[in-house]
Design a protein around this ligand. Sequence first.
Ligand code: PLP
Length: 409
Amino acid sequence: MRINTHLAHMNKAYLFAEIAAKVSEYTRQNPGREIIRLGIGDVTRPITPHVAEAFAQSAQAMSTPEGFHGYPPYEGYDFLLDAIIQAEYAPLGVSVGRDELFVSDGAKSDTGNLQELLAPDALVAVTDPVYPVYVDSNAMAGRLGAHTKDGYERLITLPCTAENGFVPSMPEQAVDVLYLCSPNNPTGTALTYDQLRPIVQWANEHGALIVFDAAYKAYITEQNVPHSIFEIEGARTCAIECCSFSKNAGFTGVRCAYTVIPRELVAQTGEGPVRLNDLWRRRSESRSNGVSYPVQRAAAASLDETGRAETKALVDGYLRNASVIREGLQAAGFTCYGGVNSPYVWLKTPEGLDSWGFFDRLLKEAQVVGTPGAGFGAAGEGYFRLTAFNTEENTKRAVERIALAKSKM
Ligand code: PLP
């Protein structure tokens, strides 16, 4: 048997496993100390009543001859495609066709799988820090070359730091794909219309594909931040957009997402132009049997009037936590970014502490768990991510504890 050596050579130290190991070692040595977790990006509030009702009713219907559903359509049921178009795109004045939408089990799967559209030697660019899935999926496919202490040989990384306002400068060399995430995980910052426009223009001029991860779009509160890359002129010829029900409707455990691939998105090949929409359809129909009927019914319920009101209340709750973190830590003397259009606050670690050093101090002195910025890429060094995914009470207590610990640092 010959195995995938690209997979075998991948960096083993998975960030959250390392954090979990440190926390469990601390707990073993300090039994009884209560830890507050503001680390992992998983939602904590239950799915809402209206959505749960649709979920339960359609699951029950599956036990009746009339309500039974077998394999779903590969790309999603029309009722969900139409609900997405009506609730998510029509209000933005963005026109999306049913045949441009692909429903799936998650934006992680979609952003990870989309690399299959690319040539085996395609050149990949990502922002740094980065949601690791974009890098890992390309590394497994052998596209990134050897892993060195500075990253991957064939990966273009675009630093996003306070110095450039967390807006990447476009690479000099031609790349085949650029992964963008806005609102961003982990920095919590979001690209404005003015910042995204030149990136779209660059992609069209250079024939690059943009994979735009909008998993956190429900958290946008500012008027100058687009909810979809397709609000930008020219995006239909260069971009794919991935969205999810995870962070707005609380579907991290239910699993449902969707991706938009415009008909105009075309690659020029030796055999003529090829539509990426056709390629993805072909790929999806071979690789997946779709998303279950009750899950799609639940997703659609989250998009109707009642569902939207419930979902907004969920998101508003997390946003309140984000502002408790941001304002509380700013008052304690931290420099903070994000947390306005996203559930993540990205803070500068105090003078003299790198991001893992700050992690250790917070765990020991405040019993609060966050995520070291360096775990998301070299440019994340010196930063630290806190998430709003906890109860209001725990969030307030965590901020008080961090402020107290800071006063002693
Ligand atoms: N994209 C980003 C940027 C994320 O942070 C996450 C989850 O944390 C996902 C996608 C995963 O979304 P899903 O739950 O739909 O797979």
